[in-house]
Design a protein. Structure first.
Length: 333
C-alpha cells in the first residue's frame, strides 16, 4: 500500500522520471525541424498541465511569495513538475540534439518517416480527446490547417526587421510558441526564418550573447502564448482541441519524406530557406534523385512512431483511470 501511495503522489519518483523523459523528448524533437515538442507533451499526458503551469509565471507570483513564502511559491509555480521537465529539455538540447541533427543530415528520409508516423498517430490522440462534434468546430479545424500552412511562408519576414538582435528575440518568441503547439515545429519555423543554423551553432558553441537574445524571446513568448492557450483551453476547450488537430494535420505534409524543394530563398548565411515543396511517391522520388527511396525503412519507422504514440497514450489513459478509481472511494466518503 505504501508503494502505491508513493507512486500516486504528484511529486512521486515515477512521475518525476516520466516528466523528465517527456522533457527530454520535447527537447530532442524541437532540436530537429520535424515534430513539435508540444506533440510529445500531449501524447505523454502532460500538455494541459504544462500550459496551465507556464501561465502562472508573472507578477501574480510575487504576491503568492509575499503571502505564502517560498514553499507556497514553489507550489504555485508547480516546480515539482516544471524543474524535471526543463531538466529533460536542457539535457536533450545539449546532448540528444547533436544526435538528432546528425540523423537529420545522415538519414533524413528515415527520420522524417519516424516523425511522420509520430505526428499522424498524435492526430488520432487529439481527435479522441475532443468532445462531441459540432459543425462550428470546423471553423477552428480549418483555422488550424490554414495557420500550419501559412506560418512557414510568413517566417522570412522576421529577417526584415532591420536588427539582428531584434530578429533573434522575435525568433525565440515565435519558436517557443510553436513548441507549445502540437504539430508545427519551432525548429522548422527557425529554418524558414533562416536562423536555425545560427541558433544551433550558438547552442553548440555556447555563444552566450546569441543564446541570451534568443532565450529572452523565448521567455516573452512563453509568458504571452501560455496565457492565450490556457484561456482558450479553459473557455473553449473543444474548439481549441479542433484547432490543435488542424495544426497537426496541417503539419503532416511538411514531414512527408519523399518531397522535392521547388522554391526557396537564400538566408543571411547563404543557406536555403524552403518556401514550397512538391510531394512525391517513393518511386518518383527514387527516379528524381537517381537512388534509393529507402521505402521499407521509412515505412517501418512510420509504424514505429505510430505504435510508440499509441502505446504512450494507452499508458496515460490507464494511469488516469487508475487515479480516478483510487480517488472515487475518498470522494464518496
Amino acid at each position: 500500500m505504501e508503494q502505491d501511495n508513493a507512486v500516486s503522489l504528484p511529486g512521486g519518483q515515477r512521475r518525476t522520471w516520466r516528466v523528465f523523459l517527456t522533457g527530454a523528448g520535447m527537447g530532442a524533437a524541437d532540436a530537429v525541424p520535424g515534430v513539435s515538442g508540444g506533440t510529445i507533451a500531449f501524447i505523454s499526458g502532460f500538455y494541459t498541465e504544462l500550459i496551465h503551469t507556464l501561465r502562472r509565471f508573472g507578477p501574480g507570483a510575487l504576491g503568492v511569495w509575499r503571502r505564502q513564502g517560498l514553499a507556497g511559491l514553489c507550489r504555485h509555480l508547480n516546480l515539482a513538475f516544471l524543474i524535471p521537465l526543463l531538466a529533460g529539455v536542457a539535457l536533450a538540447a545539449f546532448s540528444v540534439a547533436h544526435l538528432a541533427v546528425w540523423l537529420m543530415d545522415t538519414w533524413p528520409l528515415l527520420l522524417d518517416g519516424f516523425f511522420f508516423g509520430l505526428v499522424a498517430a498524435s492526430a488520432l490522440v487529439v481527435n479522441e480527446a475532443r468532445e462531441r462534434f459540432k459543425w462550428r468546430y470546423l471553423i477552428a479545424l480549418g483555422l488550424g490547417l490554414w495557420l500550419a500552412q501559412a506560418l512557414p511562408s510568413l517566417m522570412p519576414l522576421v529577417l526584415q526587421v532591420g536588427s539582428s538582435s531584434l530578429a533573434l528575440v522575435l525568433a525565440g518568441s515565435i519558436a517557443i510558441g510553436a513548441m507549445l503547439l502540437p504539430g508545427v515545429s519551432g525548429s522548422f519555423l527557425l529554418l524558414t526564418m533562416g536562423l536555425y543554423g545560427t541558433v544551433m551553432q550558438a547552442v553548440r558553441g555556447l555563444d552566450l550573447q546569441v543564446m541570451a537574445l534568443f532565450g529572452g524571446g523565448c521567455v516573452v513568448g512563453i509568458m504571452l502564448f501560455s496565457r492565450l492557450l490556457s484561456w482558450l483551453l479553459d473557455r473553449y476547450h473543444a474548439a481549441t482541441m479542433q484547432l490543435l488537430l488542424g495544426f497537426i494535420l496541417g503539419a503532416l505534409p511538411l514531414l512527408w519524406p519523399w518531397r522535392e524543394l521547388v522554391r526557396y530563398q537564400l538566408g543571411p548565411d547563404g543557406q536555403r530557406i524552403p518556401l514550397a515543396h512538391r510531394y512525391l511517391l517513393p518511386g518518383d522520388y527514387a527516379t528524381l534523385i537517381g537512388g534509393s527511396a529507402q521505402t521499407l525503412g521509412v515505412l517501418a519507422l512510420m509504424l514505429v512512431g505510430a505504435v510508440l504514440v499509441v502505446a504512450l497514450h494507452r499508458q496515460t489513459k490507464r494511469r488516469t483511470l487508475r487515479s480516478t478509481s483510487n480517488a472515487t472511494p475518498t470522494s464518496a466518503e
